[in-house]
Design a protein around this ligand. Structure first.
Ligand SMILES: [Zn+2]
Length: 109
């Protein structure tokens, strides 16, 4: 399984590495392990045409986030203030946490 490669979790702060939003930072709204894509707040906005419905009587065009492949984003380290490589460390009590490869700071709380 390749899912282990994904170190990205919901609510992570990530930096976008490619595409039209390259360089931007956003918060992960959702992770789809099957498609290996992540949905990030206000990143990769696409216009969608909608039909009129109860919520939106006029229909028309709405902007919404589209998921991007997780290889195109990197998790930000709060201490380094930069996108970093992450490794998984097992604590003494057996709990697994993600840590910054650079400063060893825990990414998970
Ligand atoms: Zn760090």
């Amino acid at each position: 399984m390749q899912t282990d490669r994904c170190r990205i979790k919901k609510a992570d702060k990530v930096k976008i590495l490619s595409g039209k939003d390259s360089g931007k930072i956003g918060q992960v709204l959702n992770v789809n392990a099957k498609t290996q894509r992540v949905l990030i707040e206000n990143i990769n906005m696409v216009k969608r045409h909608t039909r009129p419905n109860a919520k939106n009587r006029q229909g028309g065009i709405v902007e919404t986030e589209a998921p991007i492949h997780w290889s195109n984003v990197m998790v930000m380290c709060n201490k380094c203030m930069t996108p970093v490589r992450i490794m998984v460390k097992t604590l003494e009590d057996g709990k697994k946490v993600r840590v910054c490869r650079k400063c060893n700071e825990q990414i998970d709380n």
